[in-house]
Write a protein that binds this ligand. Structure first.
Ligand code: NDP
Ligand code: HEM
Length: 498
């Protein structure tokens, strides 16, 4: 026993017996003064924190970003200068499933990055898809409700999903990717990551550029068919954790090539689509991806709860040289994540070791529950600002260039004047016969139990992408469920004119 550390109370005193409760006589009862028993039970009752409201099931690891290209003319961000290496945390996730969900479920995958840069944490909280289901943040909670459980049945509802999607044609691009092969990757290392939104770069001369981030898997794309995933889930629900954690333990370090697409402010006025619309990509032909570096995962967390579950990513975390954009979804996310963290983890979530920046931190926030770091102002007498006691002061060089805004404040109909079909057609045209056939059957499977009028409404959207899309899904529906077309009018389908 000599080489084992002494078990102590949380207050540091040695514990004499961790096997037997303190009782009145050999047969009991237990005495109220057995504080170690009470404390053990009380701690156990507090072991769970709220799971993330979305993206609850996740897998993560630490690694490094190495910059090999030169984009210094676009951004002054130190982490993006040639030759720079920045430590990072990457957490992957599924969106809809709860904490105990099976890993190999068809869903969009989260791709959340925290770069511990020398100028503060930069979080790029993306997905494995370049676009998203909605383009107005007012619709995000509604969309998520369709992915979660029905209030009465407490089961997930295919009707809710297709009802919402068929009434929201902006979802079609993301729905097509979700139902394609890339909607069910074999493991996190076999998929791309995308920043998805348009962000901005700004340089030393205070010039702004719009930017999209891409992380291309070097392991190649690998996916499961629905049938393979169903068989797999019967054997193991933790296949992503097994592959990611196991691979890194064996020294197999997954890598991604890092690319950016750059658009000037002048170009943004000339694109045929809104470059700040999260349901659109920037075609590579128009905005070629520039390779800027490589990202590698090479270290597992030692404690999943402390380092992955307590990780708090937020699109609000940017550093000088990187900024946001007019994307409406992005503004909502800038608010939403830090708010979620204060609820899920507490006021001082940024001070938890996994979230702590690896550079000096100075601020005037004060006190609050679980403040374990004291004062961060640089001087004990400086607990307000401005002050005469050498407390931390603002840094004007971190100021973003001004952003020109145009137009009256109003609620603009985001469904007017946006082509929801053209880019989906470009994607559909990339699919070979096998990919198309799996797309059709995946959609048919996901439509099980959906009322005919909702199916017909959705088929109109597929038809607008490509007649073969509609015909393929219709045939797959017939094969899977014996589905026959419902005789309902265009008006009854409730689809707006194209
Ligand atoms: P390109 O042919 O230049 O780009 C095609 C892109 O699509 C590549 O990045 C490729 O990713 C990806 N891709 C290829 N096959 C599939 C697939 N089966 N499922 C999903 N993605 C696939 O054309 P465009 O840039 O004009 O884009 C055409 C369509 O491709 C878009 O409408 C969009 O749906 C999709 N796409 C476009 C992206 C972009 O940023 N422009 C990014 C991802 C998808 P990879 O190199 O990894 O094979
Ligand atoms: C997680 C909100 C859109 C990617 C979350 C969480 C919230 C949220 C509240 C849980 C955070 C936590 O508890 O830690 C929103 C809102 C959105 C939106 C309000 C739109 C208005 C998006 C988009 C993407 C995305 C467009 C990707 C491009 C993620 C990822 C996570 C997440 C990856 C998990 C982060 C992690 O690993 O901890 N989102 N989200 N979300 N979201 Fe979103």
């Amino acid at each position: 026993m000599a080489d084992r550390p002494t078990l102590t109370t949380t207050a540091g005193a040695p514990v004499s017996d961790n096997q037997n409760s303190r009782t009145a006589g050999e047969r009991g009862p237990v005495l109220m003064d057995d504080y170690q028993l009470l404390e053990k039970l009380a701690h156990q009752n507090r072991e769970r924190i709220p799971e993330r409201v979305v993206h609850a099931k996740g897998w993560g690891a630490f690694g490094i970003l190495k910059i090999t290209g030169d984009i210094s003319r676009y951004t002054k961000a130190k982490a993006l200068q040639p030759g720079t290496e920045t430590p990072l945390l990457l957490r992957f996730s599924t969106v809809a499933g709860e904490l105990g969900a099976a890993d190999a479920e068809r869903d969009v995958r989260g791709f959340a990055l925290k770069f511990y840069t020398s100028e503060g944490n930069w979080d790029l909280v993306g997905n494995n898809t370049p676009v998203f289901f909605v383009r107005d943040p007012l619709k995000f909670p509604d969309f998520i409700h369709t992915q979660k459980r029905h209030p009465r049945t407490n089961m997930r509802s295919t009707t809710a999903m297709w009802d919402f999607w068929s009434l929201s044609p902006e979802s079609l691009h993301q729905v097509t990717i979700l139902m394609s092969d890339r909607g069910l990757p074999v493991a996190p290392m076999y998929m791309n990551g995308y920043g998805s939104h348009t962000y901005s770069f700004w340089n030393d001369a205070s010039e702004r550029f719009w930017v999209k981030f891409h992380f291309k898997t070097q392991q190649g794309h690998k996916f499961y068919t629905n049938a393979e995933a169903e068989a797999l889930i019967g054997k193991s629900r933790e296949t992503y954790q097994e592959e990611l954690f196991g691979g890194i333990e064996r020294g197999e370090f997954p890598k991604w090539t890092v690319q950016v697409q750059i658009m000037t402010e002048a170009q943004a006025d000339q694109t045929s689509y809104n470059p700040f619309d999260l349901t659109k990509v920037w075609p590579h032909g128009e905005f070629p991806p520039l390779e800027i570096g490589v990202m590698e995962l090479n270290r597992n967390a030692d404690n999943y709860f402390a380092e992955i579950e307590q990780a708090a990513f937020s699109p609000s975390n940017v550093v000088p040289g990187i900024g946001h954009s007019p994307d409406k979804m992005l503004q909502a996310r800038v608010f939403s994540y830090a708010d979620a963290h204060r609820y899920r983890l507490g006021t001082h979530y940024e001070a938890l070791p996994v979230n702590q920046p690896k550079c000096p931190v100075h601020h005037y926030h004060k006190d609050g529950q679980m403040n374990f770091f004291g004062q961060k102002t640089g001087n004990v007498d400086a607990y307000y600002e401005p002050n005469s006691f050498s407390g931390a002061a603002e840094q004007p060089s971190a100021k973003e260039p001004p952003l020109k805004l145009l137009g009256d404040a109003d609620r603009y109909n985001h469904r007017l004047g946006n082509d929801d079909y053209g880019q989906v057609t470009a994607l559909f045209n990339l699919f070979d016969a096998g990919q198309r056939s799996r797309l059709f059957s995946n959609i048919a499977a996901a439509m099980d139990g959906v009322p005919g009028e909702i199916i017909e409404r959705q088929l109109v959207h597929f038809q607008r992408v490509h007649p073969a899309y509609e015909a393929g899904v219709r045939a797959a529906l017939k094969e899977a469920h014996g589905y026959e077309a419902s005789a309902i009018s265009q008006e009854e389908k409730g689809v707006a004119a194209e």
